[in-house]
Design a protein around this ligand. Sequence first.
Ligand SMILES: [Zn+2]
Ligand SMILES: [Zn+2]
Length: 179
Amino acid sequence: MIALFCLGGVVYSLVEYVHHRHLGHWLRRGRLFRSHMAHHADPSEGGVGLWAKYRQRAPVVGLGLFVVGGPAFPVFGWVGGLAYLGGLFAGYLWSEAFHHAIHHRAPRNRWEAWMWRYHYVHHWKDPTSNYGFTSPLWDAVFRTYRSVSEVRVPDTQLPAGADRWHGIRRKGAEDSKPA
Ligand SMILES: [Zn+2]
Ligand SMILES: [Zn+2]
């Protein structure tokens, strides 16, 4: 059961990557594309809280879980299917919370600082790279990983204290250097 739960989590991380790269960027139409472009225009999303995001996205998340998790039931049975579905759902909850944190608070350790910079590169250096929200795994597999030693984040989008970490710098209004 634990293995199926973990499998659900790993499959979710692939869903996260594909959904961000293809529906969020490549497709260039549809609700997910528009909402993701709004996220790029204002990554802090006007201060919308995490619980509000969970509520707003519940219908599409429910549908996604049904599509990705449903076929597991005939294969793994009820208990196994539920474990797999639980892993998928936990993966989603973690991904949403982690991505929210990246845009709303400073990192708390070196790994988080690395992940923050990795995602800031997607926003402020190269939106065709670093599609993972929670790990660089699928970027490495699909060769979209990009490492950058320093990324400059606009003043208004930099969580307080984030620029104390290596490689994350504040880009003020007076700073005309292109990103
Ligand atoms: Zn983001
Ligand atoms: Zn994006």
